[in-house]
Design a protein around this ligand. Structure first.
Ligand SMILES: [Zn+2]
Ligand SMILES: [Zn+2]
Length: 246
C-alpha cells in the first residue's frame, strides 16, 4: 500500500512502496562492511524501495524513480522482485499512460528497472529526465535493457533544471556520476544520497556501493547541511518511514 501523502507548496507527494525486503545474497554484506566505520551491529537490513508520485494543483503527474521492475528485471539478482509499482499507482487511481514526467535519480537497477514492462516503455507518454553524466556512464544491462528502450523519451539535463511547475532536479553526484535529487517545496527526494539513518548522524560514513565514496560523502555532507539549514523534509528511497523532517 502507498504510504500517506503530504502536500507542500501545492504539490501532493505520495510515497509508493514498490517493495520491502532484504538485499539478496549476491550483494548482501554485514552492515559494518556495507557502512565501514559506522559501528553498526550486524542486524538484518530490511529496505523499503520507494518511488514518489507528484501531483501539481493543475493535475500534472511526475513519477520519481520506477523501482525494481518485473520478475525478469536487472534487479532480480539481488532485490525482492517483482516490484508492485503498477499496483501502487492503481491504488491511487493513476494509470501509467497518465504520467507526464518520469525522473530517474540514477540508473541503478532498483530505481530504473520499472521504466520497461516486457521490454517496452512502461510510461508511454512520459518524458524521462536523466542527468547527462548518468547517461554518459550508462553501460551493460542499464544501457541495453533500460535506457535503449526509452531512448526516444529521454529528456537529458545538466545540473539544475525545472522539470515541471515547482519541481526541480539538482545534480548530486558520487553514488553514481549523474545521481540527482528532486525538490518540490520543502520536500527533497534524495534517491540514494542517504542509504541508512546512520549517515544522517555522520554523513561521512561511506557506503560500500557508492561508485565514488569520497565524492558521495562530500555531496552527502553538503546537501544534508543545506537541507537541515532550511528544515526540509527528506523523502528517502530506502528508509521504512518515507518522510523525515530535518
Ligand atoms: Zn515503504
Ligand atoms: Zn543506487
Amino acid at each position: 500500500m502507498p504510504h500517506q501523502p503530504i502536500t507542500v507548496s501545492g504539490v501532493e507527494v505520495t510515497p509508493l512502496c514498490d517493495a520491502v525486503g532484504p538485499m539478496g545474497a549476491a550483494i548482501r554484506r554485514p552492515l559494518a562492511e556495507m557502512f565501514p566505520g559506522s559501528g553498526l551491529r550486524d542486524e538484518p537490513w530490511v529496505l523499503h524501495f520507494h518511488c514518489y508520485l507528484l501531483r501539481t494543483a493543475a493535475g500534472r503527474l511526475t513519477l520519481v524513480d520506477t523501482g525494481i521492475g518485473g520478475a525478469d528485471s536487472p534487479a532480480s539478482s539481488w532485490a525482492p522482485v517483482p516490484g508492485t509499482l503498477a499496483g501502487e499507482l492503481a491504488a491511487v487511481g493513476v494509470a501509467p499512460a497518465e504520467i507526464d514526467t518520469v525522473v530517474l535519480t540514477h540508473l541503478h537497477s532498483d530505481h530504473a528497472s520499472g521504466v520497461v514492462t516486457d521490454g517496452r516503455p512502461a510510461f508511454e507518454n512520459a518524458r524521462h529526465v536523466l542527468q547527462q553524466a548518468e547517461l554518459d556512464a550508462a553501460q551493460g544491462p542499464a544501457l541495453d535493457r533500460l535506457v535503449t528502450p526509452i531512448k526516444g523519451q529521454l529528456h537529458v539535463v545538466e545540473g539544475q533544471a525545472e522539470i515541471a511547475p515547482g519541481v526541480h532536479v539538482h545534480l548530486a553526484p558520487g553514488h553514481t556520476p549523474g545521481h540527482q535529487i528532486v525538490r518540490a517545496g520543502d520536500v527533497a527526494m534524495t534517491g540514494d544520497l542517504v542509504l541508512h539513518p546512520v549517515q544522517l548522524e555522520d554523513p561521512g560514513v561511506r557506503y560500500l556501493y557508492d561508485d565514488d565514496q569520497e565524492a558521495a560523502a562530500r555531496t552527502r555532507a553538503e546537501v544534508l547541511g543545506a537541507l537541515r539549514a532550511e528544515g526540509a523534509i527528506l523523502a528517502t528511497a530506502h528508509f521504512s518511514e518515507p518522510f523525515l523532517r530535518l
